[in-house]
Design a protein around this ligand. Structure first.
Ligand code: FES
Ligand SMILES: [Fe+2]
Length: 448
């Protein structure tokens, strides 16, 4: 593609050659250039509160163990025995003093150290076997941001706070709204679907466009339940009004309505409870988050993707989603319902229930999305089909609105547009080219 930073993406991100959703060699390069370098969400602190608590998760296709240490810290390790490479932990979560390999019995502490080797003295030559060099391989960096646990294999990756960059300001709308923080419910629900991982990442970063169409039946139902009142994204077909789309450095993207209420208004059940909470807490939220976030963003529907494959929704369908790649045409979707621990119990229960029936494998919205994600991938089976380009040019001319020039990142006015997608593919392209973090960060706030 002419002028492209990497030949499959237009320079401004507005077109992508469809081979990036199909070709095996591109996928293998992604595992190396994207997943082995970026920060990935590997859990939530509420899932491992006590020493010895652990969860397992993925960074790309690499399985990792994330364990709470005796001193309260968190470490992550590759979930593979250093003897013959067998998986050492088969559970999704638990509490333990050690991980014992099922193959020959090597035992590792929750700090990753190799502690026990059956018949060690009898079978290894004296002085030739150093257990301290055979601990589980530690993931290079682990850090948390407001309860979210991230990890990266790349020791040269920028600190997490810099990687999140401007996106942290938007995450704080829901992750920084109370002293109590958030609670994730695990283990996650899991489902395999036949989609390339970038399709849902792109969708959650910024696809408000599909909501009124792909989810029309559910939106209609929600409107009926609200007594015929027009609510939620379906009401926002006026692309110039009522919302923002954001892209930031590192390819993250998000969107909000700006009425400060539609996110709770689309509750499928217990709408009144949520609206009352908003009303009673608005002054506190404004004090905590400032005028714009407290009044206009809190209460609004948030959708976001933290590059590469961690997406989230809040508040009514509050969930953390991970699109774990499983080859170029398949993903494992992990979903954790999420609530604010500062909400009254009734509201926590209502949102968790709402999330279960909407954005889990059996959820009504998820079913709509899955079919579209799968066919957006599988049409590329056709050799000629996959030589074509996808189009993400919507709203290019009104990108970076003056009205929101003071907000972090690049903000486009209006809920419907493809600013976040263009930012997502521009950053993907930089990583795939193999640019170093220094080169990538050099542009400062730039995501171009
Ligand atoms: S592979 Fe784990 S003990 Fe041999
Ligand atoms: Fe959707």
């Amino acid at each position: 593609m002419a002028g492209s930073p990497w030949s499959y993406i237009a320079a401004d991100g507005s077109a992508q050659n469809r081979r990036i959703f199909w070709d095996r060699d591109i996928y293998e390069r992604e595992l190396e250039q994207v997943f082995a370098r970026c920060w990935a969400l590997v859990g939530h602190v509420s899932l491992i509160p006590k020493p010895g608590d652990y969860i397992t998760g993925y960074i790309g296709e690499d399985n990792v163990i994330v364990a709470r240490q005796g001193d309260g810290g968190i470490k992550a390790f590759i979930n593979a025995c250093t003897h013959r490479g067998n998986k050492v932990c088969h559970a999704l979560s638990g509490n333990t003093r050690s991980f014992v390999c099922a193959y020959h019995g090597w035992a590792f502490g929750t700090d990753g150290s190799l502690q026990g080797v059956p018949m060690e003295k009898a079978i290894y030559d004296k002085g030739c076997f150093d257990k301290s060099k055979r601990g589980l391989t530690e993931v290079a960096q682990v850090d948390t941001y407001r309860g979210l646990i991230f990890a990266t294999f790349d020791p040269s990756a920028p600190p997490l706070i810099d990687y999140l960059g401007d996106m942290a300001w938007y995450l704080d709308v829901y992750f920084g709204a109370s002293d109590e923080g958030t609670i994730a419910f695990g283990p996650p629900s899991r489902a395999r679907i036949k989609s390339n991982w970038k399709v849902p990442s792109d969708n959650f970063a910024g696809d408000s466009y599909h909501v009124g169409w792909a989810h029309a039946s559910m939106i209609t139902l929600a409107v009926q339940q609200a007594g015929g009142e027009r609510i939620g994204p379906a009401a926002s077909v006026n692309a110039e009004a009522n919302g923002i789309q954001v892209t930031t450095a590192m390819g993250h993207g998000c969107g909000f309505m700006t009425d400060g209420a539609d996110g709770f208004a689309v509750m499928l059940k217990n709408r009144e409870l949520a609206m009352r909470y908003l009303q009673e807490n608005r002054a506190r939220l404004v004090e905590r988050l400032g005028e714009f976030r407290g009044k206009q963003l809190y209460g609004s529907q948030l959708h976001a993707t933290i590059f590469p494959n961690f997406s989230l929704l809040s508040p009514a369908f509050s969930t953390l989603k991970l699109w774990h790649p499983r080859g170029p045409h398949e993903i494992e979707v992990w979903s954790y319902p999420l609530v604010d621990a500062g909400w009254p119990q009734e509201l926590q229960d209502a949102v968790a229930h709402n999330t279960m029936i909407s954005f889990q494998p059996t959820g009504v919205f998820e079913a709509d999305d899955t079919e579209n994600f799968e066919y957006s991938t599988l049409t590329n089976r056709g050799f000629v089909t996959r030589q074509q380009n996808n189009d993400s040019s919507m709203g290019s001319s009104r990108e970076r609105s003056k009205r929101y020039a003071d907000l972090p990142g690049y903000v486009t006015e209006g809920m419907i547009g493809e600013t976040p997608q263009r930012g997502f593919y521009r950053f993907w392209s930089k990583l795939m080219e193999g640019r170093s973090w220094d080169e990538i960060i050099e542009g400062g706030r730039s995501n171009g």
